[in-house]
Design a protein around this ligand. Structure first.
Ligand SMILES: Cc1cc2nc3c(=O)[nH]c(=O)nc-3n(C[C@H](O)[C@H](O)[C@H](O)COP(=O)(O)OP(=O)(O)OC[C@H]3O[C@@H](n4cnc5c(N)ncnc54)[C@H](O)[C@@H]3O)c2cc1C
Length: 246
């Protein structure tokens, strides 16, 4: 089947990412339940609320001593909208994650592209593994905006030209850049999310610092905020123990 391109869609440009928590069954009680079942069996649910301090202490102990499996009995599904280059990094996280991304074979891709805003540091200084990012000049910022938009426009016109000539979407999409926005569902549990956050965010409490690309970190920060609300004790224990996944 050939494609019918939309009526001359105009490219639009974004500098943000969005993260929506669409579904969850995740609470600190899930961790306690899983941990206590080994010693208390079926009574463990009744025990949960009896002694909050003990519950907090148990979660902290599990985190500190890296007893990881009790942190797996929960689930969070996020709908994420971000440039394709973010998803390329994201999908390297294989364990405890499920992904479904919109298809460039089955639907015409919309012309929404990433252009960094002025808060995005543009210039890398220092050697690999030991570098920092600093603000760009006004001229560099203008250059990045102009060159990216020109390049995106040209690429999308080429895509449209091929679709109009009857070329399949899966072939024509080869000209589209990694700055194109995509969307995906990503489902994880607290343990896999902690591993992700340890690698994909920078944080003053991190025992093992990481240096992620800013755009995936923006996604990570939004997921972290949702998770912190759902599992406050687990989140506090993660921070208190150097943000190392158990
Ligand atoms: C700052 C930064 C820079 C990076 N730069 C690059 C780069 O230049 N090039 C590049 O290719 N990647 C790069 N990566 C990706 C990185 O190498 C990992 O693929 C990614 O962070 C996912 O980590 P993971 O494998 O621990 O996660 P997961 O795939 O979720 O795995 C979780 C854990 O399960 C275990 N595990 C999973 N699979 C295996 C296996 N096959 N064998 C043994 N144990 C396993 C490991 O303990 C692993 O930590 C970078 C990542 C970061 C954070």
């Amino acid at each position: 089947m050939t494609d019918t391109p939309a009526d001359d869609p105009k490219p639009s440009y974004r500098s943000d990412v969005t993260v929506e928590l669409v579904k969850h069954t995740a609470s600190d009680a899930d961790v306690l339940f899983a941990a206590r079942v080994s010693t208390l069996g079926e009574q463990s649910l009744d025990e949960l609320k009896k002694d909050p301090e003990r519950s907090k202490g148990l979660i902290n102990y599990l985190m500190r001593d890296r007893h990881g499996s009790p942190f797996e009995h929960n689930s969070m599904t996020f709908l994420i909208s971000a440039p394709i280059f973010v998803f390329r990094e994201f999908m390297r996280h294989r364990v405890g994650w499920s992904y479904n991304e919109e298809s460039g074979r089955y639907r015409e891709l919309q012309p929404v592209f990433y252009v960094p805003d002025e808060s995005r540091k543009l210039v890398q200084e220092g050697r690999p593994g030991k570098y920092v990012f600093v603000e760009g000049t006004q001229a560099q910022q203008e250059l990045v905006g102009r060159v990216m938009e020109d390049s995106y426009r040209q690429a999308y016109e080429a895509y449209q030209e091929m679709l109009a000539a009857g070329v399949a979407r899966e072939v024509a999409r080869a000209v589209l850049p990694v700055g194109l926005y995509s969307s995906m569902y990503a489902t994880c549990n607290a343990r896999s999310l902690m591993h992700f956050l340890g690698l994909r965010t920078q944080h003053e409490l991190a025992k093992v610092p990481s240096f992620p690309q800013r755009e995936i970190e923006m996604v990570g920060e939004k997921m972290e905020a949702e998770w912190a609300r759902l599992m406050p004790l687990t989140y506090a224990a993660f921070n208190a123990n150097g943000r190392v996944a158990p």
